[in-house]
Design a protein around this ligand. Structure first.
Ligand SMILES: [Zn+2]
Length: 84
């Protein structure tokens, strides 16, 4: 991964939150499409964000669901460390 990747990855959260301008969105999308490691990181973050959003939407989150999310996050972190 290049230094440029780092800058793009820092923008992924802003992108997912819809806080970026159209030009920035296009630049990020173009990079993701040409850079598999960044695309993988983006997809992982997007999935995590969706899980968290869904668990927050229903109050209170069922314990079983919360445990599944925690397990999922731990698994993801382990996978990321192994790849690094
Ligand atoms: Zn990249």
């Amino acid at each position: 991964m290049s230094r440029m990747c780092h800058e793009y990855l820092e923008k992924v959260y802003a992108y997912l939150d819809g806080e970026m301008s159209d030009a920035d969105c296009r630049a990020l999308q173009a990079h993701l499409e040409s850079c598999p490691p960044c695309m993988a990181a983006y997809q992982r973050d997007a999935r995590l964000k969706e899980l968290v959003r869904r668990s927050c939407a229903c109050e209170p989150a069922p314990t079983e669901l919360r445990e599944r999310i925690v397990t999922y996050i731990h698994t993801s972190v382990t996978v990321v460390r192994r790849q690094a």
